[in-house]
Design a protein around this ligand. Sequence first.
Ligand SMILES: NC(=O)c1ccc[n+]([C@@H]2O[C@H](COP(=O)([O-])OP(=O)(O)OC[C@H]3O[C@@H](n4cnc5c(N)ncnc54)[C@H](O)[C@@H]3O)[C@@H](O)[C@H]2O)c1
Length: 248
Amino acid sequence: MSRLSGHAALVTGAGGGIGRAIALRLAAEGARVAVNDLRAEAAQSVAGEIAAAGGSAIAAPGDVSREADIDAMFAAAEAAWGRVTLLVNNAGFLQQRPFTDITPADWDRMIAVHLRGCFLGCRRAVPSMLAAGSGVIVNIASQLGQIGAVELAHYAAAKAGIIGLTKSLARELSKRGVRVNAVAPGPINTELVLGLSEAWRAAKAAELPLGRFGEPEDVAATVAFLASEDARIYVGQTLGPNSGDVML
Ligand SMILES: NC(=O)c1ccc[n+]([C@@H]2O[C@H](COP(=O)([O-])OP(=O)(O)OC[C@H]3O[C@@H](n4cnc5c(N)ncnc54)[C@H](O)[C@@H]3O)[C@@H](O)[C@H]2O)c1
């Protein structure tokens, strides 16, 4: 497969889970991939996996909520490949809290990593994409940003913000060659979801039309599609690899 050859991608939060699967899939389809993660050794390990499979990758560690770190990860990719043509904003975390227990610090960190991180990544990527007249951005939201969630108000609000940001950038940038879309996964088998109780996971799986959670590779396939020319008509959309949980 070489649907993405020619792309120089940056995938945030790609040291594990969905981001790792995205990085591996983009590389398998021909993209060169800068692997970001807060955990430097995890980013290095995924970059090593890609290289071992014959792909081209670098590790670009850093915290997406910090402007200086965003700049450093882009600079690393630019030093290797000239520019970033494909940005996947995926880094994130989950924190389950009854609304009355969410502190301002909890709120700020949630918004900082998800929404500010996504903003900072787009802000750093877009000028060179506009200058080149081409570029693709895929933002990883969540179906909880579409329907809300009990004990995840800050998470759902951050993800809803990412969907609004995606639509706005799509409206503003599409005619100038930059295509922006979002992915809103349902429950996917990663560490993030394994942190929730087994009882919750069993009940949740039972209520899904498909009867089971998705795998990181299912989300990666959606991202690879959106990144490719196969999706050239997709603008400002939010695709839902979600086992049928949310149908819009
Ligand atoms: N797993 C699901 O069911 C699910 C569903 C919908 C959306 N999502 C979203 O998908 C994305 C990936 O989630 P996942 O399930 O793979 O989680 P995960 O915990 O397995 O992986 C997240 C990765 O992001 C990294 N990370 C966290 N904060 C970071 C930061 N500030 N800067 C850089 N990297 C950071 C972590 O180190 C980790 O490697 C998240 O945005 C999450 O909200 C997940």
